[in-house]
Design a protein around this ligand. Structure first.
Ligand code: FAD
Length: 336
């Protein structure tokens, strides 16, 4: 029998720190634990919620649900003459995994250092930072398919990764419970320093190795982003919106300093933080929730607030941005 906890407090299982409870929660430390939890009659009829580190969710209230707390460990390395393959249990801390691979002499994940959460959640939104996305280092994953009741392997193509997007947020939403993720780290390592801020951080080091890049990424992120241990947040709250070249040109006429990045398909990614900042929201507080003073893209919870209040603020921001720029910004975290 699985170890069910009833009315389980989730405050320490979401980085916003919202004080909500799960009707039932189970610590899942193996695939056997997962099967036992799913078979337990106490959970039958309740919706299922899968939680890793809770660093990309907004919990809007108590969850009348069975919450699976994914804590499956595991770290294995295989290799061929082209690449190393690292398989991590879904519950492994992502940032620790990045550090461990680099310490083991397997470069490739350094740009993704200090992203909170678990390895098992990394494919959900195809995590990305400083010029690298998970999909560029991804080989495959193992998951429990709730539709067929079997464990399946999904490869890079099957996961349908996009910008902060994947199969798991689209057609496969709610269908798969990821138990392990395999990364492919080519032996022919190439540093990725295209991101201006990272290149500047490493100016004094003309040939940085993966460890130096990891340290630089950690230094930049520590300066820019609030530590969830100090103030509740889920990192960037909005995705950077994509616009056509025509839309961008029109926006540039009235906003010559518009921040945008060209995409391979000819469209442009606008900096959502810049749009929000221009609407005057940076540092604004609405009771216990607000917008981070150093980075308008980050919404914060100072304690004693609710996910619903945070979402109300998020809607107000998105409406204001749309009214002023004609562009709708969408939240990145999953609302539960
Ligand atoms: C300070 C800060 C900075 C951040 N910076 C970045 C960044 O630079 N780039 C970036 O991409 N993200 C960033 N994030 C967002 C977040 O860290 C990532 O999205 C991370 O992958 C979420 O992992 P998690 O374990 O906390 O997932 P959770 O928040 O627990 O879950 C997120 C979603 O994944 C699902 N899920 C989790 N585990 C599994 C599983 N094993 N199987 C199936 N579904 C699962 C959940 O149901 C939920 O829908 C940041 C967050 C914070 C707080």
């Amino acid at each position: 029998m699985a170890d069910f906890h009833e009315f389980y407090p989730l405050r320490r299982h979401n980085t916003f720190g919202f004080d909500v409870r799960a009707r039932f929660a189970v610590h899942v430390r193996s695939e056997a634990d997962l099967l036992a939890a799913l078979a337990d009659p106490r959970g039958h009829g309740l919706p299922l919620v899968v939680l890793g580190g809770g660093s990309n969710v907004v919990l809007t209230g108590d969850l009348e649900a069975l919450v699976l707390l994914m804590e499956i460990p595991g770290y294995q390395i295989e290799s061929d003459d082209q690449a190393w393959r690292v398989t991590a249990g879904a519950g492994e801390n992502w940032n620790d995994l990045v550090g461990r691979t680099i310490a083991d002499g397997l470069p490739g994940l350094e740009n993704l250092a200090l992203i909170p959460g678990t390895a098992g959640a990394a494919p959900i939104q195809n995590i990305g930072a400083y010029g690298v996305e998970l999909r560029e280092r991804f080989a495959g994953l193992r998951a429990y398919d709730r539709q067929t009741g079997t464990f399946v392997s999904l490869d890079l193509q099957q996961c349908e990764f996009g910008y902060r997007d994947s199969l798991f947020k689209q057609a496969g939403y709610g269908r798969y419970i990821i138990t392990a993720v395999t990364l492919r780290l080519p032996r022919q390592w190439q540093p990725v320093l295209a991101y201006g801020e990272l290149a500047r951080e490493l100016e004094a080091n003309p040939a940085p190795d993966a460890a130096a890049i990891r340290e630089a990424v950690i230094a930049i992120r520590s300066r820019k982003l609030p530590d969830p241990a100090q103030v509740g947040n889920a990192g960037s709250f909005f995705k950077n919106p994509l616009v056509s070249a025509g839309q961008r040109a029109a926006l540039l006429q009235s906003n010559p300093d518009l921040v945008s990045y060209p995409q391979p398909d000819g469209s442009f990614k606008l900096a959502a933080g810049w749009l929000i900042d221009r609407c005057g929201f940076k540092g604004v507080s609405d009771g216990p929730v607000g917008v981070y003073g150093k980075q308008a893209l980050v919404l914060v919870h100072h304690g004693g607030g609710t996910g619903a209040a945070l979402l109300a603020l998020a809607h107000r921001i998105a409406d204001t941005v749309e009214a002023r720029f004609g562009v709708r910004i969408e939240p990145e975290p999953v609302v539960l």
